[in-house]
Write a protein that binds this ligand. Structure first.
Ligand code: ARG
Ligand code: ZN
Length: 875
């Protein structure tokens, strides 16, 4: 059924207290839930009580402790209904039995490598017990866990530990946890298993003593230190920057090896995909260290933005996710380099969210309707949701933003809130009308800003004309103008010119607010023809069409005061050349000319500036990815042409810069032991970016360098970069290194995931067979989401091979979706999302992709997750 925002009604019943008694057993876990219910004064009087279930079976039911007549209720796998419940406070005691070992969906209670754990967001709690499984029903939980001591010496749940002990006979033991903060069921969690840990004491700014712990598989405590370090840093940061203190006596983080998503912010008990906890120099890359830092912070920050204040309903998901992503991005920006973090985030936004917005799965940041909520944990809700917060901050200013956040925490604490309530806080603290701004939550699609400028030398004015449009998206044919804060500068010979204008659209501080379909802003006292630098810092999630000559862009690259736009200027030069070569193959000469320009600009940069900021330089060296070029082209896309253009541009640049790149690699090389800090990571990133370009320009030289680097490296970052460079060069040396890598890391599943993915991404016709072969490799398993994402997800992200002209790439991925759907619908539907850009392909591929989507859609017995994606993709 379609669930719609406008159909929201408060629950007829409330559950004030939940007392769970859970007896853990691998196949037969007994769950007793004692619910303290009462009619909701805001609900309908006399309504039946309908509790949600999912694959549940009822084994006992009592009302106020007494058995009730079978005619008074009905129980199915999906619901437990009390036809005429008493119109007063009462308790229900509900017994269910679940089989954690058979739970391959990884929603509800399941076992992952012999560890019991839970995932309840969005609607997994109903797989444990019958419940009002909606975020606006908030309860105080007490949880008693019992398990065999040998199997589960560690027993954790939300809140604080209040009792623990042994059962008679000494074989089983128990623990009782109490969480004083009311919470929705999606934040419930338990963990039981044999786990090692690291611990640390922490005192909050407001004086609370907290015991922090990171729990990992036995033997892996040596890899938990970085996560703990990140946790302590992000707790301090939230105190300093948002005035938020932690609110329980313990904070537990647990890493499990089978997890559908990245991690989960359960109150006081965050559960993580182990990929985002475990790190040491031998098994994690610099990218992993950075992701762990971001995700540890993300889940911790949810304690205030998500848990203390949760969502009224799932349409408000961005209320917690967009805001929390914004918070974790700011944390990483403060801990590392702000411009480099911004560039990395914008790359992610463009490649994931812009492509979602450009295809059949486009939806607003706050969707209006859904069939399966788990399909809306998307880049649009998360990443675009964060961009909306960033724009809000820019528009109201830092002080009103902080005051608005304080007001929000103050006013909405302990409630299940809405976007309207959130925005009202900032309207109040800024005195601004945010009605039109709120359109960002309602309207899907990436706006395009068309800009052009005119200089009048006689009048000494520069006039900037700006217009915005948003292309139609599914269900939204007519788009309205949104509020676009355009941060800008006018760059003259000696840097930024002063911005003098009486225009009402100019908000001061270098920001024009484009909230009309079009407007013009005239700047006066402009003494020389300037080059406009628009969307500085990527101030709005929009496409910019501004026709600057390459020479002007190259000047921005060297002279812009905004680092983001320096980076963007060079990307724009490359992107324009790639788009035109990708559209009409044969424009090889133009591509060579562009390579010459870029190499010339880069040569000086690499010599003088790159060594001072290697992390930034690494971003500068990296061309726009082929998928971005495909999206810019937008229709009749030929992936092979784009790939070929991309390769030749990179190879040509590599050829011209080779001496510089070699010299740079020498200069950046270090004999010091590995350290994960941002500065060291930046040096490695630049060296490895250089390696990639050399390998494309001169495969033999690249292979030699890669082999040497692999042998000499003391860390996974450099080894993996060597492998990646080697995968660009077909031949025996490559196969030897692939084999050597597998042998080196045979006991490390997370490292082998990277090995699987590196092979799945090889842009050669043999890759499909290679991937099929790797499915038989002992390192692979269809049952583990990380393995599936690495190998099959990696292949589906391989632009040329997923989009093979013979359609075999689509066939393979579609077959995998159908197979996976039987065991894990969430993983299957994510994978099916790989088809999201099929409509922009050239006619032959488009027809083949459509056939395979239709095959999936017509498969009998599909999950709601996969059926929903297939339907929307085809609509
Ligand atoms: N709230 C989690 C996070 O962003 C994501 C959990 C999503 N899980 C799911 N099954 N949809 O950190
Ligand atoms: Zn989140």
């Amino acid at each position: 059924p379609l669930i719609r925002l406008e159909d929201y009604r408060p629950s007829d019943w409330l559950i004030d207290t939940v007392d769970l008694d859970i007896n853990l057993h691998p196949q037969k876990t007994q769950v007793r839930a004692l619910l303290g219910l009462r009619p909701n004064p805001a609900g309908r009087l006399g309504a039946p009580l309908i509790l949600d279930g999912d694959e549940l079976s009822l084994s006992g039911l009592r009302l106020d402790g007494l058995l009730i007549d079978e005619s008074a209720y009905s129980a199915t796998a999906q619901a437990l209904t009390l036809h005429a419940p008493p119109q007063r406070r009462f308790t229900l005691t509900i017994d269910t039995q679940v089989d954690p070992s058979a739970n391959t969906k990884l929603m509800g209670l399941y076992r992952s490598s012999r560890v019991y754990c839970t995932q309840c967001e969005a609607d997994g709690f109903r797989r444990i017990s019958y419940f009002l499984d909606r975020p606006d029903v908030m309860s105080i939980y007490s949880v008693r866990l019992e398990a065999a001591k040998l199997e589960a010496p560690v027993l954790l749940s939300n809140g604080n530990l209040v009792a623990a002990g042994e059962m008679a006979g000494g074989e089983r033991h128990f623990a009782v946890w109490h969480d004083p903060h009311p919470k929705p069921a999606y934040l419930f969690a338990l963990v039981g298993g044999a786990l090692d840990h690291v611990r640390q004491d922490y005192v909050t700014a407001d004086g609370r003593k907290v015991e922090l712990a990171v729990h990992v598989e036995p033997g892996k405590a040596g890899r938990a230190g970085w996560a703990m370090d990140c946790l302590v840093r992000c707790m301090r940061w939230d105190e300093r920057v948002f005035g938020r203190n932690y609110d329980l006596d313990v904070f537990n983080v647990v890493a499990v090896s089978d997890f559908n998503m990245g991690a989960m912010e359960n109150k006081g008990l965050n559960i993580f995909n182990d990929k985002y906890v475990l790190a040491d120099p031998q098994t994690a890359t610099d990218g992993d260290y950075a992701s762990i830092e971001a995700i540890i912070a993300h889940e911790y920050f949810h304690n205030w933005t998500g848990n203390r204040i949760t969502c009224r309903d799932w349409f408000q998901l961005c209320l917690k996710e967009g805001l929390t992503v914004f918070r974790d991005q700011e944390f990483s920006a403060d801990e590392r380099s702000r411009p480099v973090k911004r560039i990395a985030d914008v790359r992610t936004l463009r490649s994931t969210q812009f492509s979602e917005d450009a295809g059949p799965l486009a939806h607003p940041v706050r969707p209006r309707a859904y069939k399966e909520i788990n399909n809306f944990y998307t880049p649009t809700v998360y990443e675009k949701g964060a961009e909306v917060i960033r724009m809000l901050k820019l528009l109201v200013g830092d002080d009103a933003f902080r005051a608005g956040m304080d007001l929000y925490f103050d006013r909405c604490d302990g409630t299940a809130a809405t976007i309207e309530e959130f925005l009202a806080c900032f309207a109040e603290t800024s005195g601004k009308d945010l009605t039109q701004f709120a359109r960002w939550y309602e309207q899907a699609g990436t706006p395009t800003i068309v800009a052009s400028g005119r200089y009048d030398a006689a009048a000494r004015t520069y006039t900037l004309d700006l217009a915005q449009t948003t292309a139609p998206t599914p269900g939204q044919p007519d788009k309205q103008p949104v509020v676009l804060p355009v941060a800008l500068g006018l760059v003259g010979k000696a840097g930024d010119l002063p911005l003098v204008t009486g225009s009402a659209a100019y908000a001061g501080d270098g920001v024009i607010v484009l909230d009309q379909p079009s407007l013009s802003v005239a700047f006066s006292d402009v003494d020389e023809p300037p080059i406009p630098s628009l969307l500085r810092g990527f101030s709005a999630p929009a496409r910019l069409e501004l026709d600057l000559a390459d020479a002007d862009l190259l000047r921005l690259f060297s002279a812009d005061s905004d680092s983001f736009n320096r980076w963007q200027a060079l990307q724009s030069v490359a992107s324009r050349a790639l788009v035109s070569a990708g559209r009409s193959p044969g424009g090889h000469n133009a591509l060579i000319a562009t390579a010459g320009e870029l190499a010339e600009a880069l040569a000086g940069f690499l010599r003088v500036q790159a060594p001072a900021d290697p992390a930034f330089a690494a971003q500068v060296l990296r061309l726009p990815v082929p998928a971005d070029i495909a999206r810019e082209i937008g229709r009749d896309v030929d992936p092979d042409a784009i790939h070929a253009a991309h390769r030749s541009l990179a190879a040509e640049i590599g050829l011209r810069l080779r001496p510089h790149l070699m010299e740079l690699r020498e200069r950046l090389g270090t004999s010091a032991a590995y350290r994960p800090d941002a500065a060291s990571a930046g040096r490695r990133a630049l060296r490895n970016e250089a390696l990639g370009l050399i390998a494309l320009a001169d495969p033999e030289a690249g292979a030699r360098l890669a082999e040497a680097q692999f042998a000499a490296a003391d860390n996974l970052t450099d080894r993996l970069a060597a492998l990646a460079a080697m995968t660009l060069v077909p031949g025996d040396a490559r196969e030897a290194l692939i084999a050597r890598f597998a042998k080196t890391y045979a006991a490390e599943p997370l490292v082998l995931d990277k090995w699987l993915m590196a092979q799945a991404l090889i842009a050669e016709a043999g890759t499909l067979d290679r991937v099929k072969g790797l499915m038989q490799h002992p390192a692979f398993s269809l049952g583990n989401p990380n393995r599936v994402r690495a190998l099959i997800g990696g292949f589906a992200a391989n632009l040329t091979q997923f989009n093979r002209p013979d359609g075999e790439g689509y066939a393979f991925v579609a077959d995998m979706v159908v197979a996976l759907d039987r065991t894990n619908p969430q993983v299957a539907s994510r994978l099916l999302g790989s088809f999201k850009s099929w409509r922009m392909l050239e006619p032959a591929r488009k027809a083949l992709a459509e056939q395979k989507l239709a095959m999936v859609a017509q498969t009998p017995g599909l999950s709601r997750d996969v059926a929903d994606i297939a339907e929307r993709a085809l609509a």
